[in-house]
Design a protein around this ligand. Structure first.
Ligand SMILES: Cc1cc2nc3c(=O)[nH]c(=O)nc-3n(C[C@H](O)[C@H](O)[C@H](O)COP(=O)(O)OP(=O)(O)OC[C@H]3O[C@@H](n4cnc5c(N)ncnc54)[C@H](O)[C@@H]3O)c2cc1C
Length: 499
């Protein structure tokens, strides 16, 4: 395939990066270092995406080192779990350090991304600035870095009906005073719902969390001593999961043989977590912990569980049937009185809307997400990459590895297999992942984007692609097995590959 971005051709190639947060900024930096001219577009007036606005007091849920660019720690005094403003100013610092400021266009909303000659001649980005005028920008390579947690999703019952109270998405719960003295219903069963419930419960007359399903949350330190983010980001956790789609038959057989041991380990986790952060019956997750680990890993400092246990936060396991007047009717027939409903109902995956339907199909969009080769590029459309549109435990490590792979591709250090071979690899991944109980049961529309517990296996695969050793801890075998992998383990990867 004669591809403009993947093959250096003596001409300075231009990349457009859509998004100016963790993914967009590192992608831009990597491509600049690879010799491309780079323009970054963001619809916000500042860098930071997720870290610009969300519910009151939000911040990192895992420790700071899990969310740093390689070799760039947070400044002293940021705390182990930095709050959003610290994360955002860290990103500003990265922009200055990498000399990216002049490459960023703020307040530019991307409306459409259109392939020229099937992508072979690059891409046209249709965007709209604050004056509402549409304009086209052409590029050889387009990188979509618009995040998976960006545009709030509101279910239909929240946008129709005749509720007389206030309805807002958890992203807009920026000031708890809106819940002062109110009867609040928080809808959702994930980390944002728990945090939003906690925020409201401090000032509300009553707070009730309504969820169809509750997921396990990991205490930051198990029994007060074992930091679970260490374990979660390590090879031990990866070994406890299902085998990777690319694992050899022998490894798959070993996983199968060890499944009773793995089941016991997870049962022990469930018991220890339940002991440390006890919950009343209606708040106890019903699914096995491995399923929560595969869907998303939430960390907790125990405050939500304490508030649920002492009854400050009430809970109902049900869906929402309808809202009317001041009444919330649940799918089990129960009713709740409320004057504020907070929807912790997740985010829209708007990047699909950038593309016309025919292009979506060519790119690899299916009912369960966008299926990409190495979670990064479509098998059949050249010159476009999707960065961090994957759910991993450690986005900065994922982005570091992914952008190094992309840079190797644009510098010609790495050659792609044929589109047929890439498609065959994707088919293998699909076949394996669609069988995982966690995704099968939830029929997740994000199955293609799930990496989570498999992230180290992905990192290893990319290291092999790049001809680098996957073992990044030197000769320290204990660290290799038990210590966590973060972005710092891939520091200098790009120059290493280039040399
Ligand atoms: C409340 C909350 C807490 C989180 N906490 C953690 C945590 O503790 N640890 C962790 O690892 N992860 C956490 N995450 C996940 C978080 O999304 C990632 O860590 C990371 O911020 C994602 O970065 P990103 O660059 O992919 O996207 P985002 O930060 O979402 O940025 C998206 C970018 O795309 C731009 N954009 C979007 N649409 C358009 C458009 N149409 N036109 C132009 N620009 C556009 C935006 O302007 C923005 O610059 C959290 C997410 C949320 C919502």
């Amino acid at each position: 395939m004669a591809s403009r971005a993947w093959q250096p051709n003596g001409r300075r190639r231009k990349a457009i990066v859509v998004g100016a947060s963790w993914a967009g900024l590192q992608t831009a930096s990597a491509l600049k270092k690879a010799g491309l001219e780079v323009a970054i577009l963001t619809e916000n007036e500042d860098v930071g995406g997720v870290w610009l606005e969300n519910y009151q007091g939000y911040g990192l849920q895992a420790r700071n080192w899990t969310h740093e660019y390689p070799g760039l720690p947070y400044p002293a005094g940021s705390g182990s779990w930095p709050k959003a403003p610290v994360v955002q100013s860290y990103l500003r610092h990265f922009v200055v350090q990498e000399g990216l400021l002049l490459s960023i266009s703020f307040g530019v909303h991307v409306v459409r991304i259109h392939p020229e000659n099937g992508g072979l001649d690059g891409w046209t980005i249709v965007c709209q600035s604050s004056d509402q005028r549409l304009r086209d920008m052409a590029c050889d390579l387009c990188c979509v870095c618009t995040g998976l947690y960006y545009e709030p999703y509101l279910p239909e019952w929240a946008t129709t009906g005749s509720f007389s109270g206030k309805i807002l998405h958890s992203k807009h719960l920026t000031d708890a005073s809106i819940a002062q003295g109110k009867h609040v219903v928080v809808v959702g069963g994930n980390k944002s719902a728990m945090d939003a419930s906690l925020v409201c419960s401090q000032v509300a007359a009553s707070t009730t969390m309504v969820a169809r399903k509750l997921r396990w949350q990991f205490p930051q330190n198990l029994l007060g001593i074992l930091p679970l983010d260490w374990l979660a980001y390590s090879r031990v956790m990866a070994a406890l999961g299902h085998p990777y789609y690319a694992s050899t038959r022998a490894v798959k057989a070993l996983h199968w043989a060890l499944s009773p041991v793995k089941a016991l380990v997870f049962k022990a986790f469930e018991l220890l977590i339940a002991l440390q952060t006890p919950l009343p019956e209606h708040f106890r997750p019903k699914q096995p912990i491995l399923q929560s680990v595969y869907n998303n890993l939430g960390f907790t400092d125990g405050s939500f569980q304490a508030a649920a246990y002492n009854g400050t936060i009430q809970g109902h396991l049900a869906g929402i049937q309808s809202l009317s007047g001041t009444t919330v009717t649940l799918t089990d027939g129960k009713t709740l009185e409320a004057d504020l409903v907070v929807c912790a109902t997740g985010y829209k995956k708007t990047f699909r809307d950038f593309f016309e339907p025919a292009v979506q199909a060519q790119l690899g969009f299916e009912h369960d997400g966008l299926w990409l080769y190495r979670q990064t590029i479509p098998a059949r459309m050249p010159n476009i990459a999707f960065i961090n549109l994957t759910l991993s435990f450690c986005p900065p490590a994922f982005i570091t590895v992914q952008t190094a792979w992309l840079a190797a591709l644009v510098t010609g250090t790495l050659k792609l297999p044929s589109p047929e071979d890439m498609q065959a690899d994707i088919a293998k991944l699909q076949a394996c992942r669609r069988l995982f109980p966690a995704y099968k049961e939830d029929k997740s529309p994000l199955t293609a984007h799930m990496l989570h517990v498999e992230q180290i296996k992905y990192f290893d695969q990319i290291m092999r692609d790049l001809g680098r050793s996957p073992w990044r801890k030197g000769w320290n075998l204990l660290a290799e097995v038990f210590a966590p992998y973060s972005a710092h383990d891939y520091q200098n990867l790009q120059p290493e590959i280039a040399s």
